[in-house]
Write a protein that binds this ligand. Structure first.
Ligand code: SAM
Length: 201
């Protein structure tokens, strides 16, 4: 399957929600925003198959591949095609998610492309809606500017409490025992990774 490298999330094409909603039920939900191949979620699901693992992804081809793999393996992973900044509220009722992962958001390095970056106040509003009180938000990036953007967004928002203390990175490493594809790549090539842990206030 040919998968596009990048898509522009500001395109009108993505404004309307056209994804397939996940089978929400009594299971605890973990959500990765921008899941790509969902390596992180598949590994989480293998470690604890009692939960439901939902990935939001703007590249539709990837969601099809993830859902095909989920059916083949029987693991409780479900990818939803959407523009996460607009559609988290379409997918999840308020306070229905236990944990949110934002693993290695696209950096969009060129200044004229900064408006395409995913982590901003608009996404924070969507996450604040979905995450239950006390639930975790974990952010990681190998790009300093993106990690700082994320800290500026969530530390300035009263709905999130930085678990390491205000304006402080999480120094304990990834506590979940699984790695995303990009995380594995960054670690194998020796790139630094900045991480931040929040709780929903
Ligand atoms: C650099 S990749 C990281 C993928 C994965 N989280 C990892 O760590 O390996 C970022 C992913 O976010 C997706 N993405 C970017 N903007 C998005 C948006 N607004 N809504 C949903 N997904 C988005 C991209 O298509 C891409 O698959």
């Amino acid at each position: 399957m040919r998968i596009r490298q990048h898509v522009n999330p500001t395109q009108l094409h993505f404004a309307r929600f056209r994804g397939e909603r996940p089978p929400l039920d009594a299971r605890l939900v973990e959500l990765e925003i921008g899941c790509a191949d969902a390596q992180f979620l598949f590994e989480r699901a293998a470690a604890d198959p009692t939960r439901l693992y939902v990935g939001l992804e703007i590249r539709e081809d990837l969601t099809l591949a993830v859902n095909k793999r989920a059916r083949a393996t029987g693991l409780p992973v479900h990818a939803v095609f959407c523009q996460a900044q607009l559609h988290v509220k379409e997918v999840f009722p308020a306070a229905s998610v236990e944990r949110v992962y934002v693993n290695f958001p696209d950096p969009w390095f060129k200044r004229r492309h900064h408006e395409r970056r995913m982590v901003d106040d608009v996404l924070a509003e969507q996450i604040a809606h979905a995450l239950r009180q006390g639930g975790e938000l974990f952010v990681q990036s190998d790009v300093w500017a993106i990690a700082l953007d994320a800290m500026a967004t969530f530390d300035a928002d009263d709905r999130f409490t930085n678990a390491s203390g205000e304006w402080t990175f999480w120094k304990q490493g990834n506590p979940y025992g699984v790695r995303s594809w990009r995380e594995q790549n960054a670690e194998e090539t020796g790139l630094p990774i900045w991480r931040i842990m929040y709780r929903r206030a």
